[in-house]
Ligand binder design. Structure first.
Ligand code: SF4
Length: 337
């Protein structure tokens, strides 16, 4: 079944621009185009990977999805639609105030990159995991305690951990606490913002496997944000590659790995190690030269043209449109017909 046929979430032409102020009277002197026209959808029980290097806008897309950008930057300019389909109800999160969005927060949760910074160090694990239950459910104290213990066990922790504080745990265990908290309200979607980047490589696979298993068991949809394609490879159904706030490629995971079409995706994939040592020996790394341009003054035409090995005159003058090249596979590059 095509997960995009009855999507849980549809993002249409999302733009997130941060004004830059300068001078004595702090007038607007420029704009950071963090996200510049992103559209995609996520089906129920689907896992979509959002990939790109730092500064590509992936975290901003994640934050826009739960409408928390105004907390970070009150004057942020957001346009486009962030449509959630909850049963018969369709809600545009972008049009809701922070107060209105609270009503739906239980259905969309987020897990952050740094589990230490995102967990209140003065609260016990029980208090941390219990907080969303207090906010969004009418459970009694003893029901909440039982739910917390169940959730801890679900994420591979134990009841004895409930009365401990975050600093008593390893990074991987803290991320498990963050996951238990995100699961507490039985959400439809969890946005995982680089959930394993701060963890040791040996722990990363355990946390990814846990998320996959929980997604399956609890019929969740996940957005999995990562800067590295190897992290999302085994977990995502579809992958969206972003560059400088723009969509460069969107495809089924298998399709993207087998036939990456955009030069940027091809370079990212060439950097993914292959477990078979014989094939790994033949892997050719495509290096992307130069630094990521500033999103305050993005390049003309194709935003990737300053680093693309195939750049031509047309690329400098004309921005490529995102085009469907195959069923469910879209690419924004003049070379791809
Ligand atoms: Fe490279 Fe041109 Fe394609 Fe952009 S449009 S990715 S610069 S070939």
């Amino acid at each position: 079944r095509d997960p995009t046929q009855s999507p849980l979430l549809e993002i249409r032409n999302l733009k997130v621009h941060f004004p830059i102020h300068g001078g004595i009277i702090s007038k607007k002197v420029g704009t950071v185009k963090a996200v510049d026209g992103v559209s995609f959808s996520i089906g129920r029980r689907e896992i979509v990977g959002l990939v790109g290097e730092s500064g590509c806008g992936k975290t901003t897309v994640g934050r826009a999805m739960i409408n928390i950008l105004h907390h970070v930057a009150p004057d942020v300019e957001i346009s486009g639609e962030i449509l959630y389909h909850f049963g018969d109800e369709t809600i545009d999160f972008g049009k809701l105030t922070s107060h209105e969005v609270r009503k739906y927060r239980s259905r969309v949760q987020m897990i952050f990159q740094d589990p230490y910074a995102s967990l209140n160090p003065r609260m016990t694990v029980k208090q941390i995991v219990e907080e969303p239950l207090k906010l969004h459910t009418k459970k009694t104290e003893s029901e909440r305690r039982n739910t917390v213990i169940n959730l801890l066990e679900k994420v591979g922790l134990q009841a004895v951990h409930a009365d401990r504080f975050p600093h008593e745990f390893s990074g991987g265990q803290r991320q498990r606490v963050g996951i238990a908290r995100a699961l507490a309200t039985n959400p439809d979607l969890i946005i995982c913002d680089e959930p394993v980047s701060a963890l040791d490589v040996s722990i990363q696979a355990q946390v990814i496997n846990l998320l996959k298993q929980l997604q399956d068991e609890m019929e969740l949809a996940l957005i999995f944000i990562a800067h590295d394609l190897s992290v999302v490879k085994h977990i995502s159904t579809r992958i969206l590659v972003l560059y400088l706030g723009n969509m460069v490629e969107l495809a089924d995971s298998a399709d993207l790995y087998a036939q990456p079409q955009h030069p940027y995706t091809q370079a990212l994939i060439s950097a993914v190690p292959i477990p078979d040592p014989e094939i790994e020996k033949t892997r050719e790394l495509i290096l992307i030269e130069g630094d990521l341009p500033s999103p305050t003054s993005p390049p003309s035409g194709c935003v990737f043209h300053t680093r693309c090995p195939h750049v031509s005159e047309r690329c400098i003058n004309e921005r490529p449109k995102l085009r469907n090249v195959n069923r469910g596979h879209s690419v924004a590059c003049h070379l791809v017909l």
